[in-house]
Structures are given as structure tokens and as C-alpha cells.
Design a protein around this ligand. Structure first.
Ligand SMILES: *Cc1c(COP(=O)(O)O)cnc(C)c1O
Length: 319
């Protein structure tokens, strides 16, 4: 996909009041169904696999994973096979996310939590590699060194699109996307990552460490980035009715689609930071819409959100 995602200015009374200009890079529009940062992170992982003559990509995810959803489509599009090691029970196979994954030909292997926990252990990976000899194994979320150059293309695109900005804001899960933006930004802007999960008390700063570990040598000394930890709304995929109401109100004013697991938490953080006068008058903020709207299907299916109030994607037609 050569198409570059558009940038739009967002209008909201709060922005005027604080004399801020806010733009959004719409990576949710990279494709009608597959979107966002997972796509960016997979680009060079897949290219490298194809060059090495590999036929199959294997990766890991939860049963509503944006990464699994994107991987299945990307492999289908590139003529590769895909295998998903899924945390959970086989009955999840018919959920929104995994129906799409199977629609694009992904083979699903369900494992319990205990096995899933081993997904980064070298012994388990070696065992999988033995079992699936000709596969390339990509980590959960697609966050590895090969993910970074794909993400850095966002920095280049924004430059090419000619918009100057002071801050670049994005939601952070595993940190691969932030790491890619740090390496592509080359110390030019203030990068603000919003942690969407609650870090344990024993490991309060593991995300910062995870990002640093992913960075290439020349980017390790950059200090123009930070991860804010107060906007996870209770933890990964957690949010209150009030959080949903505030996000809905923002969506209504701006006519932009968000979901409450990733991009929505970035929006709530933005509103709070503006109210706290975190930004200076006259500054420009660039938001990265990381996509993930497919996740709304699973939330609606489980009655966690009201399907009538959110921009749901279509359910896959029979295979
Ligand atoms: C996975 C994901 C993120 C987090 O990206 P990381 O690279 O894991 O930090 C943000 N937004 C969406 C929509 C995602 O699916």
C-alpha cells in the first residue's frame, strides 16, 4: 500500500479557548477494514520474510487482538500463510476479530494462559520454530526491530504533508510504535505516549525500558519523549461509563471515529492535558490515530458498548 494517510485539522471549542492547533494523522484510513499502526509495524516484517523465501508468518495475540486481525489480512494480501497463537478457548473462533482473521485464511491455535505466558521465552520460541519449520515468528503486537522503519514512515509522511507541529501524541501498548516514531523523529518534536495499560507497582517503568530496548543505537540518547501513565482509565481495555460519555461527546463535535481501548484514551488524555495547561498557547499538536476500530466489533458483541453509538465495521461474509 503506497497511499499515505491524510492529515486533518480538528476543531473543538477547547482548542480555540487555549489557542492550540490540533491535527490528526489518520492512520485509521490506511484501509477500509485493516488500519493503523499494526499495518505499519508489519510492513518490513513481511517484506523481509518474502525476501527470505518464507511462506508463513506466525504470531501471538489475545482473542480480540488488532495485531492478529492486521496480520491475517496483510499475509493474505501478500500471498503468505498466517498462524495465530491465540490466548483463550476455541469458542472465541467465532468472535468478530477472529472471524475476520479466518476469513483471510489465518490458522488459529488456541492456548491457555500458562502457555501463552511463554510467548517471549526462547525455549518456547525454539520449540515453535521446530514445529513450524518454514515460518517466521513475529512477536506479539509486531513490536520488533523490523517494526521501526515501517512506523518511521509516518514521520516522513507528515513532513512531506507540510505540517509543522510541536507535539506528537499517540497511545502506547507495547511501545513499538513510539519507538518507531522516536527513531524517525530524530529529536525534532516532543513525543507524548499515553500508556493504555496500568504498569505494575513492581515494574512502574517497564514501558520506558521496553521502548529504550527497541531503539536503535543512534536514537537511544534522545530525550524528546515521555510516556504518561495517568490515562489508562483503570487498565488495559478498561474504562468507565463517564470515560465513554466524554469520548462520545468528542466524537460528536469532531465527527471522528475512535475506540475506547487505544485512540480514545489518547483523546481523554489530550483533553485533560489541555485543561491542565500542559501545552503553551500557540502550539500545534499532532495526534496519531493508530486505528484499531475493528476492536469495536468485539466490544459490541460482548455488550461492553452500545453498537448503535459507535462506528462499527462490517461483519465478514461467509467464507
Ligand atoms: C497495538 C495498538 C497500539 C499500541 O501500539 P504499540 O506499538 O503496541 O505501543 C495503539 N493503538 C492501536 C489501535 C493498537 O492496535
Amino acid at each position: 500500500m503506497k497511499k499515505i494517510s491524510p492529515i486533518q485539522q480538528i476543531h473543538h471549542p477547547l482548542f480555540n479557548q487555549h489557542k492550540l492547533r490540533v491535527y490528526i494523522k489518520r492512520d485509521d484510513l490506511l484501509h477500509p477494514i485493516i488500519s493503523g499502526n499494526k499495518w505499519r509495524k508489519l510492513k518490513y516484517n513481511l517484506q523481509t520474510a518474502i525476501k527470505a523465501n518464507k511462506k508463513t508468518i506466525l504470531s501471538f495475540g489475545g482473542s480480540y487482538s488488532n495485531h492478529i486481525h492486521a496480520l491475517a489480512f496483510a499475509c493474505h494480501q501478500q500471498g503468505l500463510n498466517s498462524i495465530g497463537i491465540i490466548r483463550g478457548e476455541p469458542e472465541y473462533a467465532n468472535n468478530f476479530t477472529l472471524s475476520w482473521a479466518q476469513h483471510w485464511g489465518m490458522k488459529l491455535i488456541f492456548v491457555d494462559r500458562k502457555i501463552y505466558r511463554k510467548r517471549q521465552q526462547s525455549q518456547y520460541i525454539a520449540q515453535l520454530q521446530q514445529e513450524f519449520l518454514h515460518s517466521v515468528i513475529v512477536p506479539e503486537g509486531g513490536s520488533n526491530a523490523l517494526a521501526l522503519p515501517g512506523v518511521s514512515e509516518i514521520n516522513d509522511e507528515i513532513k512531506q504533508q507540510g505540517i509543522n507541529y510541536d507535539h506528537l501524541m499517540l497511545p502506547v501498548g507495547s511501545g513499538g510504535t513510539l519507538a518507531g516514531l522516536i527513531s524517525g523523529d530524530n529529536n525534532q518534536h516532543n513525543l507524548i505516549g499515553i500508556a493504555v495499560l496500568k504498569q505494575g507497582q513492581k515494574t512502574p517503568d517497564y514501558l520506558t525500558t521496553a521502548v529504550k530496548n527497541l531503539l536503535p543505537q543512534q536514537a537511544k540518547h534522545f530525550t524528546n519523549w515521555q510516556i504518561l501513565n495517568d490515562y489508562h482509565c483503570g487498565g488495559y481495555a478498561k474504562f468507565s461509563p463517564d470515560d465513554l460519555t466524554r469520548l462520545q461527546a468528542f466524537m460528536k463535535v469532531t465527527k471522528l471515529p475512535f475506540e475506547p481501548v487505544y485512540s480514545g484514551k489518547m483523546i481523554l488524555a489530550l483533553l485533560d492535558l489541555i485543561a491542565q495547561a500542559y501545552f503553551q498557547k500557540g502550539e500545534t499538536i499532532m495526534l496519531l490515530h493508530t486505528g484499531g476500530l475493528q476492536g469495536l466489533g468485539g466490544l459490541a458483541e460482548r455488550n461492553i458498548i452500545n453498537p448503535l453509538e459507535w462506528p462499527l465495521l462490517p461483519v465478514p461474509t461467509a467464507r
